[in-house]
Design a protein around this ligand. Structure first.
Ligand SMILES: [Zn+2]
Length: 62
């Protein structure tokens, strides 16, 4: 499922407001700044910090 490029342009990471990329093979939205990964459900990106998968090796406490 391809997401609308215009939709991706307006999406930002809710945690750090960085730019995000759609990883089609993982069916996820990944923040290019902090590395958090957001799920895509039924073609809809779930841009919620509490739904995000934090990247391995993230510094504790930010
Ligand atoms: Zn981020």
């Amino acid at each position: 499922v391809a997401l609308d490029d215009r939709l991706l342009e307006i999406l930002v990471c809710p945690a750090c407001h960085g730019a995000v990329e759609h990883k089609e093979r993982r069916n996820a939205i990944v923040c290019t700044a902090c590395g958090r990964r957001y799920p895509v459900r039924d073609g809809i990106p779930v841009m919620l910090v509490e739904e995000a998968t934090e990247p391995p090796g993230a510094p504790p406490g930010g």
